[in-house]
Design a protein around this ligand. Structure first.
Ligand code: ZN
Length: 305
């Protein structure tokens, strides 16, 4: 599904990813613009629903003619994400060599079956019914991670410019915006303050994404690939508690890089939340939680206890 702009512009004012998720009271001047964009958002969703009614659509999971996800598969997604769990122990970049946790992560579910199909299709096409289904799962995981805590910024992992041009949207941000519109994130603020930059290691010649790269190659490819966008509100990060939000957890190198960029801007990164983790956590629980990760520590999932 195409959204309203072809290409992301530089800076906060022109970035379509930024506008509708502002949870802080927007300044007076931008209020009108914000409303317009929000209306455009709703129209896009509504238009997608109308198209879905007019054109037969197949469920992305089972192929039955229905909505982008049929009610049976939607139920499966709900089942696969009903118990958010701690997932960092299966992500090497998030664990110290002594087994300590560098960054705690709560995952909504394991990346398999209907959840994997939905996430994959959503990342490619951003279908409306999938947005609602996956946003619910993400919302549960965020709530599990944060518990009753407030005054925390949720910071989505940014898309690369190339990925944004291709898709026309940033998947995680779309989900967070959906949650915000439906008031699931009340009390939490979402701030799209991270930006992708060309990583030095991108000059290694491979242009086929990260698939197939081993851990070391992947980590070095990602290192230095993000920065905080000051115009996007990054100056408010100093001393701020943050939770990073991403779609799929594999080695954890993307989350580690996001945490590095946020730390550098003075933020206190409490942990991360992902929609799906590619591997179930190991049977052995990670040793001793690090101080400063309290927000997530209080809400350990069952599987790594
Ligand atoms: Zn189905």
């Amino acid at each position: 599904m195409k959204t309203r702009r072809a290409e992301p512009a530089r800076g906060a004012a022109g970035d379509p990813d930024l506008v509708p998720q502002l949870l802080r009271r927007a300044k007076h001047r931008s209020e009108h613009r914000r409303r317009l964009l929000r209306a455009a958002d709703l129209l896009t969703e509504a238009a997608a629903e109308v198209v879905a009614l007019a054109v037969p659509v197949e469920c992305v999971c089972c192929g039955n003619e229905d909505r982008a996800i049929c009610s049976g598969c939607e139920r499966q997604v709900r089942l696969l994400t009903r118990l958010p769990f701690r997932a960092e122990s299966s992500a090497p970049a998030l664990m110290g060599t002594d087994g300590s946790v560098l960054l705690p992560v709560v995952a909504a579910g394991i990346y398999r079956e209907e959840l994997a199909q939905s996430v994959l299709s959503f990342k490619r096409h951003g279908q409306g019914p999938l947005t609602a289904s996956l946003a619910r799962a993400l919302g549960r995981a965020i709530r599990a991670a944060v518990g009753g805590g407030g005054d925390i910024w949720l910071v989505p992992v940014p898309s690369s410019k190339a990925a944004y041009r291709k898709r026309g949207f940033t998947p995680v941000l779309l989900l967070l915006r959906h949650l915000h519109r439906h008031r699931v994130l009340d009390g939490l603020e979402c701030h799209d303050v991270l930006r992708k930059i060309r990583a030095p290691a991108a000059a290694t010649g491979s242009s086929s994404g990260q698939k197939g790269l081993n851990r070391g190659a992947r980590a070095s490819r990602v290192r230095g690939s993000m920065r905080v966008g000051w115009a996007a509100g990054g100056s408010g990060l100093a001393g701020r508690s943050c939770i990073i939000v991403d779609d799929v957890l594999t080695t954890g190198s993307t989350l580690a890089e996001a945490a590095r960029a946020l730390h550098q801007a003075g933020a206190v990164v409490r942990g991360a939340v992902v929609l799906a983790a590619t591997r179930a956590p190991d049977a052995a629980p990670p040793r001793g939680p690090k101080p400063g990760t309290g927000v997530i520590e209080k809400n350990k999932g069952r599987k790594d206890e």
